[in-house]
Design a protein around this ligand. Sequence first.
Ligand SMILES: Cc1cc2nc3c(=O)[nH]c(=O)nc-3n(C[C@H](O)[C@H](O)[C@H](O)COP(=O)(O)OP(=O)(O)OC[C@H]3O[C@@H](n4cnc5c(N)ncnc54)[C@H](O)[C@@H]3O)c2cc1C
Ligand SMILES: *[C@@H]1O[C@H](CO)[C@@H](O)[C@H](O)[C@H]1NC(C)=O
Ligand SMILES: *[C@@H]1O[C@H](CO)[C@@H](O)[C@H](O)[C@H]1NC(C)=O
Length: 338
Amino acid sequence: MKKARVVVVGAGVVGFSTAVCIAEALPMCSVTLLADKFSPNTTSDGAAGILLAVEFPDIPLERQRRWFKDSFDHLLAIAQSQHSPEAGVILSSGWQIFKEVPVDKLPFWSELVIGFRLMTDCELKRFPQHKFGQAFTTIKCECSSYLPWLENRFIKAGGEVKQRKVNSLEELSSSYDIIVNCSGLGSKNLVGDTQVYPVRGQVLKVEAPWLQHFIRDGDGKAYIYPGIHSVTVGGTRQEGDWRLQVDEEDTRSIMERCSRLEPSLSKAKVLSEWVGLRPNRKNPRVERVLVHLQGCRVPVVHNYGHGSCGVTLAWGTALDAVGLVRQCLNEMLLEAKL
Ligand SMILES: Cc1cc2nc3c(=O)[nH]c(=O)nc-3n(C[C@H](O)[C@H](O)[C@H](O)COP(=O)(O)OP(=O)(O)OC[C@H]3O[C@@H](n4cnc5c(N)ncnc54)[C@H](O)[C@@H]3O)c2cc1C
Ligand SMILES: *[C@@H]1O[C@H](CO)[C@@H](O)[C@H](O)[C@H]1NC(C)=O
Ligand SMILES: *[C@@H]1O[C@H](CO)[C@@H](O)[C@H](O)[C@H]1NC(C)=O
């Protein structure tokens, strides 16, 4: 039988995870990944890559838990293997601290990370402005290494990669049987999902090899994440802000907020600065639709809008996307028989 032609649009962490999962799970498909930007030029590349989730309002918690757990277990296996340095995936321990006690002291992912516990008053003394804290071990997945590693894995599974900007669905419908949309914030421009919007984030990379534990303020505006080659320090959350250039005022305020949490940071050398736009959406969109194009019905699987959790949820939502592609294949088979 002829192979079903699947195209995945997007070369960020969501696109490559989805492409690998489809190519490895569905050998009856030929899989092509198309994108205009590749590592090191995607949003995913600059993400700190810490596995931490927010709770989305309209997605069953069971499904969010599965997304988190599938991603965590997949990355944990890499972190605990010889592939860890090349893939850029490591374990990371530290503290999330809060100025006010949060309503949800035990987030849904607390039982999915390693060794989650509340901080003691004694531990909190170090952070006099903070009243409450959580200590745990999670994963840091550095996409500037992880994306090239996934690309290799995709090619080994028979996948093909092409650099190209896609301007409309019509462009793809004659060459492919199933379209998988992992275009992140790009989804806004294509035919216009007005629900996706940017949340600007600026971060710095600094040299501070003495820092080994992460510290994150629960408000998301101050975090220090030690990584393999440097420490990521951030950040900002500016909604609707499309500016990609570094803002010196943001740099100053990030350093000020983070030095309050970790005074030794003032001695760290700044290596680089970076800005990324999180593809925010009230809920990420992981679903299957039929799009009518020039009299044809083309199955489209959407997988975008992961906001601040793209690295955290990529593998889990990719596995869901595989299930949706499988459903498309079954329907196509059925139609062919009728
Ligand atoms: C400062 C900062 C820190 C972050 N920290 C974390 C963190 O610690 N943990 C975490 O889980 N997440 C974090 N994130 C969020 C994370 O970066 C995103 O959720 C994730 O990168 C989204 O991945 P994606 O693959 O959907 O999008 P992207 O990485 O943006 O990739 C989109 C891809 O689609 C392609 N594309 C778009 N439109 C088109 C088109 N028309 N034609 C062809 N190709 C197209 C692009 O070229 C690109 O290849 C952070 C983000 C920022 C900005
Ligand atoms: C990343 O962007 C730079 C600058 O635009 C470009 O020169 C480089 O070729 C890009 N890299 C990839 C892999 O696309
Ligand atoms: C991706 O989804 C968005 C939102 O529905 C849409 O505008 C865009 O055309 C889709 N892109 C592809 C390549 O399917």
